[in-house]
Design a protein around this ligand. Structure first.
Ligand code: HEC
Length: 116
């Protein structure tokens, strides 16, 4: 009895923690963080290092602060680009999203992966 209680407790704990940190839950925008990331990946590549078109920037390995500032500038309209403004608006990127996306892409290896 005692054993099964602790197993049940462990399961609950596990569910609770994955719930808090899961990236696949939708927020108010109707998109989860994973959905947002998948959208970026469509144009910039899964790791931000394989852009869809030659004039799409490589995000991998850029400074997180820079990526964060760029995304906030698209959101505020300070930096104008129809494609990126639409992304930021459509996905309703929050400050938290922007920080996570910037951290994700800046942690990737950058130009080293090109040409593979
Ligand atoms: C439909 C294609 C497309 C999608 C989807 C897209 N981007 Fe972009 N992104 C672009 C293009 C094109 C530019 C260059 C715009 C410019 O010149 O300002 C760009 C520019 C950027 C920049 C500025 C990079 C630099 O070097 O200055 C960042 C940061 C960025 N995108 C992040 C993202 C993130 C994060 C997502 C997902 C939320 C995303 N993009 C989704 C096409 C896309």
């Amino acid at each position: 009895m005692k054993l099964s209680t602790s197993i049940a407790f462990a399961l609950c704990l596990n569910l609770a923690t994955t719930g808090v940190f899961a990236n696949d839950e939708e927020d108010d925008s109707g998109f989860s963080f994973d959905d947002k990331l998948a959208s970026c990946a469509a144009c910039h590549g899964e790791n931000g290092d394989k852009p869809l078109a030659p004039d799409y920037p490589i995000l991998a390995g850029q400074y997180g602060d820079y990526l964060e500032a760029a995304l906030k500038d698209y959101r505020s309209g300070r930096r104008k680009n129809p494609i990126m403004s639409m992304q930021v608006e459509m996905l309703k990127l929050t400050d938290g999203d922007i920080e996570k996306l910037a951290a994700y892409f800046s942690s990737k290896k950058g130009l080293k992966n090109l040409g593979e």
